[in-house]
Design a protein around this ligand. Structure first.
Ligand SMILES: [Zn+2]
Length: 287
């Protein structure tokens, strides 16, 4: 699943669509079928209203909040937003023609095709269809954004991180589950949780209330470090993440513990399911 660095990289690679007008919307048969069955597949509102909301609007700007990407759209009358989550396997492509998507799986599972006024298409593909698209006139009205902690780059983020971990809601939780909650810090998923906990020598199973503020502050630093390292390496490509140009990141070659057998010091790693996801850690290096 793409985490903060991968979504940020997608956002950066989508800048060519800024100032392009959306002239048409085409949705996959999977989406229509899902909606007929009441599942709201990918488009989390009535299909007609989604199409009507975005058609004819110009993409003014792109943003990211946590693991969500958003497009700011406007016409002469109204400003609105598409808020997009890539789910497990979502990917965007900017192409002249569908055949420009080189991998058959992504071509086959194209879900949303936005035609642009320069003749190009902005295509959202999603093999497993866990992705989401919402439209909201105001970003503040989107429920996950109301509760979300400041971005890691915000000067208030460290203070918020430690304060929220002290709260009743998180103090009894395992630290790994707590840092994967966007109310504590946005954008940490399974990979960067394992990596940052290893780098800060904290066991993922440790209860938050048993970790000193000094160690929590160090963990915050390590989360920022793994985000920055991953951004510089083009993100992690495990299974289905692709950049807008269809490229793959290199961060997976820098993993210290995630999907590894041994830590960098040669100790055998343990794995455990926390928050429904496999966690990798070293009982010698982490305590
Ligand atoms: Zn170790």
């Amino acid at each position: 699943m793409p985490e903060l660095p991968e979504v940020e990289l997608v956002k950066r690679e989508l800048t060519p669509v800024i100032n392009r007008k959306i002239t048409g919307v085409e949705l996959s048969s999977y989406i229509y079928k899902g909606h007929r069955e009441g599942k709201k597949t990918i488009i989390k509102e009535p299909i007609d209203s989604f199409i009507q909301t975005v058609t004819g609007k110009t993409i003014l700007h792109l943003g990211r909040r946590g693991k969500y990407l958003y497009f700011i759209l406007s016409d002469d009358f109204k400003t609105t937003h598409i808020i997009s989550h890539l789910g497990m396997s979502g990917a965007y492509f900017i192409v002249n023609d569908l055949d420009d998507i080189k991998e058959d799986n992504f071509k086959k599972h194209r879900q949303v095709i936005l035609s642009l006024d320069n003749g190009q298409k902005l295509i959202y593909s999603d093999i497993r269809r866990f992705g989401e698209m919402h439209t909201y006139d105001s970003l503040q009205d989107f429920p996950p954004f109301k509760r979300m902690a400041p971005e890691y780059t915000d000067h208030l983020s460290r203070e918020h991180f430690i304060r929220s971990l002290h709260s009743k809601k998180f103090s009894e939780k395992m630290i790994k589950a707590a840092i994967m909650d966007s109310e504590v810090i946005p954008g940490v998923g399974n990979i960067y949780a394992s990596e940052s906990l290893y780098l800060s020598h904290i066991l993922p199973t440790k209860k938050v209330k048993n970790i000193s503020d000094k160690r929590l502050s160090n963990l915050f630093d390590k989360i920022c470090e793994v985000f920055e390292l991953s951004l510089s390496r083009g993100g992690s490509t495990i299974s289905d993440y692709r950049s807008v140009t269809g490229g793959k990141g290199e961060m997976q070659h820098s993993f210290k513990v995630y999907q590894q057998k041994q830590c960098p010091l040669g100790h055998d790693l343990k794995t455990k399911v926390i928050n429904t996801r496999n966690t990798f850690y070293c009982t010698t290096c982490q305590r």
